[in-house]
Design a protein around this ligand. Structure first.
Ligand code: CP3
Length: 345
């Protein structure tokens, strides 16, 4: 099916666009009062994720409300850990919690590589429903966590500023770490391929905690698995978002992916100078900037757009929306991107 508004897909693959597309990481969910009401009724976040018709509804909420150029399927990166046999919980106001964690070779042997729909079928069903509802309006983004970020949660057991336990494991038992990372990678490839079969038009992989690794660890324990995923997914374009690794842009540029996501600490011009024009770039307004006044948001958004240039760019934030972001700030950002006229340089 030819998508009517395919700006995102064209920007991702380097086809000329008349306007830069815009969507936001974490656009589906807590920022919208409609979502909070729906979650309260459903009882929990996981109940929403596991009910395809509710997940579909939440995916579509920001589409009309905010006018974004793409939808992202409502799910979580942690569904893969659960499908591998390690249950997660999201505790209100506290975040991620795993009752059991992975520490030893024996623990790794208790896990399975995901190779059937049994444990992930709910998200696949939700994708099919969303595609039916969206029709040919805008593209649907599928996603997964990168192996290192999933490894970090599965070994640490919760969110952490340093993920010291996870990092320690990389030094103490590197072969066990590689074994777990390889299993996550295989599961993720299966999961993404199922998402694509169900209809997603593009996928993003999130390495949200790449930035807590030393360059050497990133090179050994994160990048090779990202590469394996990129090599396996040839059906649709891939966006690789590795947060906090501005130093690794050249290595990331060597991946067989179409788009690199930049966080808000990275300079679009410096990255372009460093890696050239081959890849498209996504990002990278500081999500906290959306709490500023409209004039400030407009100015900062305009300067970001100019810094990227008007081809091969997908406007986004430098990481996910903060839960309490005012809707006015969000709408101001989106409207500014859509109305922007580039200054010739
Ligand atoms: O529009 C969207 O992006 C919604 C779909 C989505 C969620 N999580 C829903 C969610 C996506 C793409 C994610 C990705 C995700 N999940 C990442 C990568 C992106 C990032 O922010 O770095 C990570 C690291 C996770 C793990 C995770 N899930 C955490 C740390 C938490 C708790 C803290 C938090 O952000 O709330 C979650 C729970 C979660 N996932 C919520 C939502 C809407 C909040 C729970 C709720 O609303 O009930």
């Amino acid at each position: 099916m030819k998508i009517k508004n395919d700006l995102l897909l064209r920007a991702a693959t380097g086809v000329v666009i008349e306007r830069v597309p815009v969507w936001m990481m974490r656009q589906a969910g807590r920022i919208l009062p409609q979502y909070r009401a729906l979650r309260a009724k459903a009882g929990s976040f996981k109940n929403v994720v596991k009910d395809p018709s509710l997940a579909c509804e939440v995916t579509l909420q920001p589409v009309d409300e905010l006018g974004v150029d793409a939808a992202i399927i409502f799910s979580d990166i942690l569904v893969i850990s659960e499908a591998m046999n390690l249950n997660y919980e999201i505790i209100e106001k506290k975040g991620v919690f795993f009752e059991e964690t992975v520490a030893t070779k024996k623990d790794v042997e208790q896990l399975k590589v995901v190779n059937d729909l049994e444990e992930i079928g709910y998200t696949i069903e939700a994708i099919k429903l969303v595609k039916q509802e969206l029709g040919d309006k805008i593209p649907l983004i599928g996603f997964a966590g990168c192996p290192w970020t999933l490894f970090a949660y599965m070994t640490e057991g919760k969110g952490s500023k340093t993920f010291a336990k996870a990092r320690t494991m990389l030094y103490q038992t590197p072969e066990v770490a590689h074994e777990l990372l390889a299993m996550i990678t295989q599961s993720t490839i299966f999961y993404l391929k199922e998402q694509i079969k169900a209809g997603v038009d593009i996928v993003q992989i999130f390495d949200s905690h790449a930035g807590i690794l030393s360059p050497a660890l990133f090179h050994t324990f994160a990048l090779p698995y990202i590469r394996e995923i990129c090599e396996a997914i040839t059906e649709v374009p891939i966006i690789v978002f590795a947060k906090g690794v501005g130093y690794a842009m050249e290595e990331l540029n060597s991946l067989p992916c179409q788009v690199l996501g930049l966080d808000w600490t990275m300079s679009p011009q410096l990255v372009r100078n460093q890696i050239g024009m081959e890849k498209s770039l996504q990002g990278n307004l500081d999500p906290c900037l959306l709490y500023a006044n409209p004039a400030y948001i407009q100015k900062a958004t305009a300067s970001m757009l100019n810094a990227f240039g008007h081809q091969k760019h997908i406007a986004n934030l430098g990481h996910g929306l903060e839960p309490t972001t005012p809707l006015d700030g969000i709408k101001c950002f989106i409207d500014t991107v859509k109305a922007y006229e580039y200054v010739a340089s």
